[in-house]
Design a protein around this ligand. Structure first.
Ligand SMILES: C[S@@+](CC[C@H](N)C(=O)[O-])C[C@H]1O[C@@H](n2cnc3c(N)ncnc32)[C@H](O)[C@@H]1O
Length: 496
């Protein structure tokens, strides 16, 4: 990648993927793209966060609004850009869809997708692959659009991701699958690593304990051979039974539409090699980048909400214990930028709060309201088994008062948390600092006690990240092991 464009490394972008792709991602620079765009399901998704028992706490954050409307400024502009592009088949197809369907939410969605698919095709290497994750709401139209952008001969597979969930009452068959459309930029995939799975019991019996090894010749013909072996495996087919993330699973972050890492591991393992660049332009809470990091790929993630970017930062921090290296673009880098985000943010200041808790690698929460979980903007766990809880309260305004620290103190008690962090853009008043100083300490055996209520400024958090907070046994915390208690009579006996 050249100039000011994203160079070799991992990158997380906050912003509209159309602008980011155009400004920051060079032509033919990406090996694999996975995209899981909003499905035009006409639903507003909410992030449901779990309470301690693993149930949804009822606290919600609106993450994104999956509702489309035709708007000449936005949808009309997207159609005009496709018409002006070198992708004339895509323009003709979009015009045909407009003629057939008219200007409505579906064509608004398809126009939004068409202009982005063109950019994704541009950034893909000639050897690259693209997987588009969708559902029956729009999969038929998206496949025709992909045929127009990539060429219908570049279509490789329709993958059915099948899962089980509680049946709903419906006068139709239960919908229990999503569709993933797999295209390549050239006729053949540049990389395709066959994934094997254990053969069925009946096949194993037929092979009588011999291993079936299947290879493909240069024309893609299947050449099964039998080898003597106790185990038997066969290449996986295009129906993938991968379980949904269980409600009680540790993997679940509470982000709507979060996909299982196992699903992305399959795609990434099949269509890239270690060191290759994987891009997810609608990366949500970061399933793709998590799987890419795990499998040693370079990665680029883009999302348009601060809650998504913060969840990813915290998720990677926890999963890779601070070792995942990546640059975050489009978010405030200094106090002036933070003030600007606060000023530009809507009345609720939610975007500012979601961004701020990410600085100390906490998970964003709904917060805001008074009540059982009121005043909780972020949360993180620490301790040997992550058995301790810290609650984060964010304030961006200038009007600060001791009542805010008192409230946080009460919430920490109410929630049986061990630490409360007051994260503030402006300096706290003396009475606030005095209250915090008197709020006691929390001690983990073998470690120095840490203040129960900690006031951290955004300036501290920008400078020190998670180590701006003292939390024993948390990666990145400046906690210290307690000095050993010395027996005066045994001074220096071990020479330590
Ligand atoms: C279906 S979710 C992706 C979920 C993701 N696969 C995961 O496992 O978490 C779609 C995401 O696209 C983001 N999004 C929607 N429009 C966008 C745009 N124009 N640019 C960047 N991100 C966008 C939304 O914020 C949302 O997080």
């Amino acid at each position: 990648m050249a100039g000011n464009r994203a160079g070799a490394m991992n990158h997380l972008f906050y912003g509209d993927n159309l602008g980011v792709l155009r400004e920051s991602i060079a032509d033919a620079s990406v090996d694999l793209i996975y995209l899981d765009p909003p499905f035009n399901s006409n639903a507003s998704y909410n992030v449901l966060f779990k309470d301690e028992s693993g149930r949804s706490s009822g606290a919600q954050i609106e993450a994104f609004d999956d509702t489309w409307h035709w708007d000449d400024m936005v949808s009309g502009q997207a159609v005009a850009e496709v018409r002006d592009s070198p992708y004339q088949n895509a323009a003709a197809m979009l015009d045909a869809m407009l003629g057939f369907l008219g200007k409505n939410p579906m064509t608004a969605y398809l126009a939004m997708m068409a202009v982005r698919l063109i950019e994704l095709h541009r950034v893909l290497k000639p050897t690259g692959s693209l997987y588009l994750h969708c559902d029956p709401t729009a999969s038929h139209y998206l496949k025709i659009l992909l045929d127009a952008v990539f060429g219908e001969t570049k279509f490789q597979n329709e993958i059915i991701w099948s899962y089980r969930r509680w049946p709903t009452r419906a006068r139709q068959f239960q919908r229990m699958h999503d569709t993933i459309l797999f295209y390549t930029k050239s006729l053949e995939p540049g990389v395709f690593n066959t994934i094997y799975q254990e053969a069925s019991e009946s096949s194993k019996k037929r092979w009588k304990g011999k291993k079936q090894k299947v290879t493909f010749d240069s024309e893609g013909n299947r050449n099964p051979t039998l080898e003597t072996d106790e185990t038997s495996s066969v290449p996986i087919n295009s129906v993938w039974p991968v379980p949904l993330i269980a409600p009680s699973s540790k993997e679940r972050l509470g982000y709507p539409t979060q996909k299982p890492v196992a699903l992305l591991e399959r795609i990434i393992s099949a269509s890239s090699n270690p060191g290759d660049v994987v891009l997810d332009p609608f990366c949500g809470c970061g399933t793709t980048v998590h799987a890419a990091e795990k499998l040693g790929r370079e990665w680029i993630g883009i999302d348009i909400t601060h809650v998504a970017i913060t969840l990813i930062e915290t998720r990677l921090f926890d999963a890779f214990e601070g070792r995942a290296q990546f640059r975050v673009h489009g978010v405030p880098k200094d106090v002036a930028g933070a003030q600007d985000l606060f000023n530009r943010d809507d009345r609720t200041k939610k975007e500012f709060e979601k961004w701020a808790v990410g600085l100390i690698k906490a998970y964003p929460q709904a917060g805001g309201k008074k009540g059982a979980d009121g005043g909780i903007d972020g949360l993180f766990r620490f301790g040997r088994d992550k058995e301790h809880k810290a609650i984060v309260s964010v304030k961006g305004g200038r009007n600060l008062g001791v009542g805010m620290i008192r409230d946080l103190d009460a919430v920490v008690t109410e929630q049986s948390a061990q630490i409360g962090v007051f994260l503030t853009l402006h300096n706290p008043t003396k009475p606030m600092r005095d209250w915090a100083a008197k709020a006691g300490t929390f001690r983990v055996e073998g470690f120095d006690p840490v203040p129960r209520i900690q006031i951290v400024t955004i300036a501290d958090a920008l400078r020190d990240g998670p180590s701006a907070v003292q939390a024993p046994l948390r990666h990145g915390s400046p906690h210290k092991k307690a000095a050993p208690e010395r027996d005066p009579g045994a001074q220096g006996s071990l020479g330590l």
